[in-house]
Every structure is written in C-alpha cells, then in structure tokens.
Design a protein around this ligand. Structure first.
Ligand SMILES: [Zn+2]
Length: 340
C-alpha cells in the first residue's frame, strides 16, 4: 500500500550566519557536534534550542529509516522556527529562498520519494505570493507550509488575502503548522508550550479561518492542519455552541455555522491515540485525514502510521485513505507520480 507522510521536517546541513548577513540577531544556527553526526540548533547568542540527528539534514538516512517502515513518500517542509515572519520582509525572503532552494534540490534528487512544501515571507503577503509563484512554477513545489499565525495577524486577517489568492491561482495546498506558541512565557516548565500551546495554536488557526470566512472567500483553497487539528476536533461542540448562543460575537464576519465546515479541510493523523483517530475519522471522514508523523522529532510518531494501523486494523479501505488517497487529493497528485 502506498504511504505518504505529509508532515516531515528537513533542514539544510548548513545554515548561513544570518546575524552577519542582516546585521541583527534572533536566528537559529546549526552546529555539528564534535565527533558525532548530531547537530545542535542554537540561537545566535549561543543558547541551545534543540539537538537534531543526521536524519534531519540527510535525505539518504531519511529514506533508509522510512524503508524500514515501508513508507514510500515524505512531504518535506522546513522547521517552523525558520519561518522568520518577525524579521524585515526582504530578509525573510532571503531566508525563505535559501530553504526553498534546498528542499527543491532534495526533491529533484528523488522525486518519487520526496514532495516539497515551501515557506514564504508572510509578513509581506504580496512578496509571499511572488515567492509562492516561483516555488510552484520554477522549483517544482506542490504547496506551502505556513504558521498558525503571522506576527499579530491570525489567519483570518484580510492582509493575508493576496497570499490565499495566489494559492488558489496556483492550485497549491497549505499545511498549517502551530508555532510561536502564545502564552509560553507562562508555561516555562514541563514542555507545556509543545503539549498545551501547540494544540491551542492549531485550534486558533482553524477557528480564525472559519469565523473569518476564509473557506468561503477562497473556496478552492485546500488546507491541512497539523497534529490532527490540535484541540479543535474535541472542542468543535463548544465552538458551535458559542456561535449559536453569541452570534453577536462569533458570526460577525461569517454567518455559516462552524460545523458546516467539517469535512472541508484536512487533518494529519498525528494524535498518538487510536481512539482519538477513530473519533477524527467519524468527525470529518477518512478522506480528509492524511498520515503525518512530525518526523524526525521526538514528539512525532516514531513508527510512521502505527496509530492508523492500531485504529483500523481490519479496515483496508480506511487505511488506504489515511495512508495515501487523502494526501493525493490534498496535494493534487496521482498515485502514478510515485510509481517505481
Ligand atoms: Zn511538525
């Protein structure tokens, strides 16, 4: 069975000294650990962010690891900490281009195994739209990964419309990834920004897009949300009830009930619990859920697709949707694109 993992992250093996290039700090650098194949991600003041292994930067190692689990395709995107939405737009474009050029090369080296999602400088949506066009038309990307918000804009902000218009015109899907978790200064312990902040971010992104009428204004936009939609799927009842009971607060930009959008957008399968995955399938349908693992990070699914097999052990049809058919529809690709 063809298996496509829509949620994997990759970095170039070397990142330039952006602080030197742009004359201000706040960037991540990669430092290879002496005498080993791991890399430390540090900020430019030297503060440790996270250690990553060779599989974060080496396509060959990635494929060897995926062969072990019989997963054929990795959809590649950068690590959200590289979005760089908070810097000058022209510098953000430089960072985006560098990352996009790298992912494009990796995909071109093995187009039957890799698909690329580009990143764009969304702090300037018109500039982002231009880079989006370059990525799809010249570099062979299939879509884009964007953050759950862009500085002070939620994803409903009209400032982002030029980018959404470009995505529709390019027929390019979006993968929305939580990042820059709000309130994390109050969640210093227990890895809470990742465990509590990220699911909130994803729900915020989905709710903003629904209430802001984004799916209505851009009906051709194909959007997938990471981590099984975060806390959204389990709180949709509350969100709908809020819409019904206080339309003066919720229905100000869009009169369509939130529940009407269930099944309109996609989720990845990264919920770490077969019961949660079954509920998700019941909520939006198998044809809207795609295998996603967050490879190669520790909070990701360590055996890609195990939660799908555990949730639907005797249901090949559902497995097929989750392992590849939904992803093909979302990406706008065909099974034959990956034929050996
Ligand atoms: Zn991720």
């Amino acid at each position: 069975m063809l298996k496509i993992d829509i949620h994997t992250h990759i970095l170039p093996p070397e990142l330039p000294d952006f602080k030197k290039m742009f004359g201000y700090g706040g960037f991540i650098q990669l430092k290879q650990c002496p005498g080993c194949t791991d890399f430390d991600m540090v900020d430019d003041s030297g503060k440790f962010f996270r250690r990553v292994q060779e599989n974060c930067v080496n396509p060959e190692v990635r494929l060897q690891e995926y062969d072990k689990h019989h997963v054929h395709v990795q959809v590649l995107s950068t690590i959200p900490v590289m979005f760089s939405y908070g810097i000058k737009a022209e510098d953000g474009l430089v960072v985006s281009k560098l990352l996009n050029d790298h992912i494009s090369e990796v995909v071109k080296s093995n187009p039957k195994r890799f698909v690329g999602l580009a990143t764009v400088p969304l702090q300037d949506p018109k500039m982002a739209a231009k880079e989006a066009e370059r990525c799809i038309k010249q570099l062979g990307f299939k879509g884009f990964q964007i953050g759950s918000h862009v500085n002070d804009w939620n994803l409903s902000d009209p400032a982002l419309y030029p980018f959404y218009e470009a995505c529709e015109a390019l027929d390019a899907p979006l993968f929305v990834h939580p990042w820059d978790m709000r309130g994390q200064d109050k969640m210093q312990k227990y890895w809470l920004p990742w465990l509590v902040g990220m699911p909130m971010e994803t729900s915020l992104a989905i709710s903003s897009m629904i209430f802001g009428g984004i799916f209505h204004k851009f009906p051709k936009l194909r959007v997938a949300f990471a981590h099984g939609g975060g806390s959204f799927p389990f709180t949709i009842g509350r969100i709908q009830h809020g819409f019904d009971s206080r339309p003066d607060l919720c229905a100000v930009d869009n009169k369509v009930p939130p529940k009407d959008y269930l099944g309109h957008f996609y989720f990845d399968s990264l919920v770490h619990d077969p019961k949660a995955l079954k509920y998700l399938v019941e909520l939006v349908g198998a044809e809207k859920i795609c295998l996603g693992t967050d490879y190669p990070f520790p909070l990701g699914e360590q055996i890609p697709g195990k939660v799908i097999e555990d949730a639907f052990p005797n249901d090949k049809e559902t497995q097929e949707w989750l392992f590849s058919k939904s992803a093909l529809n979302w990406l706008g690709m065909k099974k034959e694109d990956f034929a050996k």
